[in-house]
Design a protein around this ligand. Structure first.
Ligand code: PMP
Length: 300
């Protein structure tokens, strides 16, 4: 038997856990797949879509691939999204909340204003990192028929290997996404994945425990980093976007890499003196802090 094209039991379980109707749920092979289908479905016009200049690096890749014109809008000096920039003619909007790689969260009130100002366009809020201390905008899908909320099992649900992502939105939006998906490959999710996904959702205790553990480690690590002369915007995600007051990020990135400690560094304007540290286990973070302490004191 083929799997259910709509994700079957997984879709039903998502509807139950997130308190929405089954017809308001779309499932895909990770949120990258969900986002790619959403781009194809909703961003097919001639007007440019809008997203921040510093953001998840796949948005411009999909826009280029699907020939979607786009404009990137500058974050302010504190890496915040400026609302008024999004009150202009456009073919759709995508904003991650919290943003990546900065970890900065935008308030629901501010996001709602952007959604309300753009009632004729689809506004996608990519909530890949929402469970690490952020507030989800999901309840507003019942108020705004142009809002699509995308989430994933890959971060807070510790199941990146299962490849499960989902979108929540108005029934019409979801049915249009299904029309596109069914034109490419209806059976993207196997029966085994559906079963794994249901099991993940049923283990609410593990989900809460791991999220709280990551949040606690993040808070401890940011405290330590602060003492070592690092600065960073407040993170509501499972990473910290840090810069050092004296040592260039590139130098630190290379020294860490030589030690077998991998952080991410982008050779891009505005963020080339920052690097992103993903929150790992306490032991991994201790190794990072231990190395940084020695490296920084040895350098003086
Ligand atoms: N959105 C954002 C903002 C991300 O950082 C990621 C992770 N690379 C994704 C979506 C995609 O994750 P996945 O396909 O594993 O759900």
């Amino acid at each position: 038997l083929y799997p259910d094209v709509n994700g079957g039991e997984l879709r039903d379980k998502l509807a139950e856990v997130y308190g929405v109707d089954k017809e308001q749920v779309f499932v895909g092979v990770g949120s990258d797949d969900v986002l790619a289908v959403a781009f194809m479905t909703f961003f097919a016009g001639d007007k440019p879509i809008l997203f921040p200049d510093i953001t998840y690096s796949f948005y411009d890749v999909w826009a280029d691939l699907y020939n979607i014109p786009y404009e990137t809008l500058s974050l302010d000096e504190k890496f915040r999204i400026v609302n008024e920039d999004y009150y202009r003619e456009n073919g759709g909007i995508i904003i991650p909340n919290p943003n990546a790689p900065t970890g900065v969260e935008k308030s629901i009130e501010e996001l709602e204003e952007i959604i309300n100002e753009n009632r004729e366009q689809v506004v996608i809020i990519d909530e890949a990192y929402i469970d690490f201390g952020g507030t989800s905008i999901l309840p507003l899908i019942n108020k705004y028929d142009n809002l699509l909320v995308v989430q994933t099992f890959s971060k807070s649900r510790s199941a990146a290997g299962a490849r499960i992502g989902m979108a929540f939105g108005n029934k019409r939006l979801i049915s249009y996404m299904n029309d596109v998906k069914f034109s490419i490959n209806s059976y993207t999710m196997s029966r085994l994945t559906v079963a794994a996904g249901v099991a993940v959702l049923e283990d609410e205790e593990y989900f809460k425990k791991t999220c709280n553990k990551i949040i606690a480690t993040r808070e401890r690590v940011t405290g330590e980093l602060g003492k070592l002369g690092f600065a960073f915007p407040e993170s509501k995600s499972n990473f910290v976007f840090a810069t050092h007051k004296e040592v260039p990020a590139k130098e630190l990135f290379e020294a860490l890499k030589a030690e077998g400690i991998y952080v991410r560094w982008w050779n891009k304007p505005r963020i080339d003196n920052y690097f992103r540290i993903t929150i790992g286990t306490d032991e991994e973070m201790d190794a990072l802090i231990f190395f940084l302490k020695n490296f920084l004191s040895g350098r003086n």
